[in-house]
Ligand binder design. Structure first.
Ligand code: ARG
Length: 230
């Protein structure tokens, strides 16, 4: 990397996570989801091939820094601390955080009710930061696998889960229908971006250009409807 005008490679190693519905998850042995469709459309548009690798979410930025991955797409929130370590594309999805609790829970109806509670979330996520910085006396119970965080709420180890709103909503609509419900308002507006290893300016430019083309030609909307439409 380093050369701003360097031509694109034929193929890039793209890291994604193993389970973050509906952005990336395994179905019938294959990785599917909004992020998977989006990065494939971006790659088609920009003219490179995707060599997809799955990894734990908290390993993505280190992997971009050491050159194991070129690109990461995993519902990653654009944050200043991260932008010091990797480059971000233009935002591609507006998100935020939501609370999920057991379906029969009556005590937790808003973020204020989370004070002093055990809250399950993902290791290295913006939700873990939110719990530590904004919720008085709460304990962030962080899990490497997201499914473990949901399970912790279902089996009573945690009082609630705090995580990305679209993920909590989709989980509840699918697997968690009988066991969990969403409460409170959307917390902390966030933008997701595609992360790119530093020093690949031509790749960042190509990805941004492709994103804007996909937004103009309706492909972005098609992918959005597929995963978030009613
Ligand atoms: N948006 C949150 C963050 O950036 C959580 C993203 C989790 N993504 C995932 N693939 N597990 O921290």
């Amino acid at each position: 990397g380093g050369d701003a005008e360097a031509p694109l490679e034929d193929s890039y190693v793209v890291a994604t996570d193993t389970s973050f519905v509906p952005f990336e998850f395994k179905e019938d042995g294959e990785y599917v989801g909004f992020d998977i469709d989006l990065i494939n459309a971006v790659a088609d548009e920009a003219g490179f091939k995707v060599d997809l690798k799955t990894t734990n979410f908290d390993g993505m930025i280190p992997g971009l820094q050491t050159g194991t991955f070129d690109i990461a797409i995993a519902g990653m929130t654009i944050k200043p601390e991260r932008a010091e370590k990797v480059d971000f594309s233009d935002p591609y999805y507006k998100s935020g955080l939501r609370i999920g609790v057991p379906i029969d829970n009556e005590d937790i109806t808003s973020v204020e009710d989370l004070e002093g509670k055990n809250i399950a979330t993902r290791l290295g996520s913006t939700s873990a930061d939110y719990i530590n910085n904004n919720i008085e006396g709460a304990k962030a119970q962080t899990f490497e696998q997201l499914d473990q965080a949901y399970l912790a709420v279902q089996n009573g180890t945690s009082d609630a889960i705090l995580y990305d709103a679209p993920n909590v909503a989709y989980y509840i609509k699918t697997k968690g229908e009988d066991s969990l419900k969403m409460v409170g308002e959307l917390l902390e507006a966030q933008d997701y971006g595609i992360a790119i290893a530093q020093g690949n300016e031509s790749l960042v430019k190509a990805i941004d250009k492709a994103l804007s083309t996909l937004k103009e030609n309706g492909k972005y909307d098609e992918i959005y409807q597929k995963w978030f439409g009613e």
